[in-house]
Design a protein around this ligand. Structure first.
Ligand code: UDP
Length: 415
């Protein structure tokens, strides 16, 4: 396609849709989006599904990470996962039909990524960032979503070789998988490590006293996963663990977790301070000044590992075992608490405080790699990857001819 401008013939920018919908999506994709938007030959439409919509789960992250807000907000809400996913698929379908992009980019494993079904229905190539991760724990809705999107995707960006291997073991075409490193390293490099003075200015004595905390004298907790929050026994095990903490526990709790706690009428100890979710700068300040983190969040265990803060993973299984490889994290399985005595967990956690480890998450260039690879593929029309010739397995049998002779003799040009 060509357009005339001051006598020049310049190609029109290639259209790319980028779909996100929850807090950690903004964090992880911030620099990928920034790179993509800086390319004049790409016209990015950032679409927000609407899964998260309050200021402290969405807009504060746009502001702090300087992400230009989405051009389109689908406003998808719902009480159940099915309602949200249904809204994402149908509204994204209409939006994509109107935009008609060359490809649609998704990140992660949330209800928002079920929008890939709308892209597939429209035969628009699908790009999946954060592919190949598996916990092999089918209780998790995320495990099902990432399996679906990886198998529909034309291009999959995975963080490490082991995720590539996992995808290939499931029969995914190795040619579709690109290993890039984890963009959370880029985010912490560019937002936290290069902004240390700003963070030092934020973490004043008043910052801690107003929250009833002492610097280095508390644990930070986050907990939101379905298999923890919606399983009463697991939730109770997590509260019991928090209650046994030798230090106060500061817990910015997701609204869903708060709702379940209210509905169940569970009591929690005074040493557990439950507050609303906080912005990114506040969360990082709380993390780096804590003595450790208790979390079931994928992103938080990675961040803690990179920031040199020990963590307890409140999970039976994880798609991020690397934190155990480098010894930055202690395991606590909320579904089998009898196997993890709180005193042992806290002794192990205390033993990690002040220890050094090399984080295994990459070199801080993942966002750039993803953006440059997409730019190259858009320039060469290299995004559609589900054609007959793309399969690495024998597919001839599906495309074979019927083998029957025409009683009138062979037709000219017939196969
Ligand atoms: N986070 C935040 N405020 C909070 C809790 C978490 O800014 O109150 C950040 C945290 O630092 C991490 C991300 O949000 O970057 C994690 O989000 P979440 O746990 O919801 O998602 P997950 O990583 O499990 O997908």
């Amino acid at each position: 396609m060509l357009e005339r401008r001051r006598g020049e013939r310049r190609p029109l920018p290639k259209k790319l849709a980028f779909v996100l919908g929850i807090r950690p999506d903004v964090i992880r994709a911030a620099f990928v989006l920034r790179h993509l938007r800086s390319y004049p030959e790409i016209d990015v439409t950032f679409i927000w599904s609407g899964q998260h919509y309050s200021d402290n789960l969405k807009d504060v992250f746009f502001r702090e990470l300087q992400v230009t807000p989405a051009e389109v907000d689908l406003g998808c809400r719902g009480e159940t996962d099915a309602e949200i996913a249904a809204a994402v698929i149908s509204r994204l379908h209409d939006a994509l039909q109107e935009i008609s992009p060359e490809a649609v980019v998704f990140l992660g494993d949330t209800n928002t990524t079920t929008g890939c079904i709308a892209a597939a229905q429209l035969n628009i190539p699908i790009v999946h960032i954060e592919g190949g991760m598996r916990s092999y724990d089918w209780r998790m809705p995320e495990e099902k979503y990432r399996t679906i999107i990886d198998h529909l995707a034309d291009v999959i960006y995975v963080y490490f070789d082991e995720y590539r291997d996992q995808a290939i073991r499931e029969g995914i075409n190795p040619d579709n998988v690109v290993v890039v490193g984890n963009p959370i390293v880029d985010v912490l490099d560019l937002h936290y490590f290069s902004g240390q003075r700003r963070f030092a200015a934020l973490s004043t004595a008043e910052f801690f006293s107003s929250r009833g905390l002492q610097r280095r004298g508390y644990l930070l907790m986050t907990c939101h996963r379905r298999e923890n929050v919606h399983e009463e026994k697991s939730l109770q095990a997590i509260l019991d663990l928090a209650a046994a903490s030798p230090l106060p526990v500061y817990f910015p709790a997701s609204y869903r977790t708060q709702k379940v706690l209210r509905e169940l009428g569970v009591q929690w100890p005074a040493s557990l301070r439950i507050v609303d979710p906080v912005g990114y700068d506040e969360c990082l300040s709380l993390m780096v000044n804590s003595r450790g983190v208790l979390t079931d969040s994928g992103t938080v265990v990675e961040e803690a590992c990179i920031l040199g803060i020990p963590s307890v993973q409140l999970r039976r299984s994880t798609e991020r075992p690397q934190v155990y490889d480098v010894g930055s994290s202690v395991k606590f399985d909320p579904s089998a608490p009898q196997r993890y005595r709180p005193s042992t967990v806290y002794r192990k956690l205390a033993g990690l405080f002040g220890k050094k480890w090399d984080h295994p998450f990459g070199d801080g260039k993942a966002s750039q790699r993803i953006a440059e690879d997409l730019r190259r593929r858009l320039a060469t029309d290299g995004l559609q990857r589900h054609r007959k010739q793309d399969y690495r397995i024998p597919v001839e049998r599906s495309y074979r001819e019927d083998g029957l002779a025409d009683p009138l003799g062979p037709m000219e040009g017939a196969p």
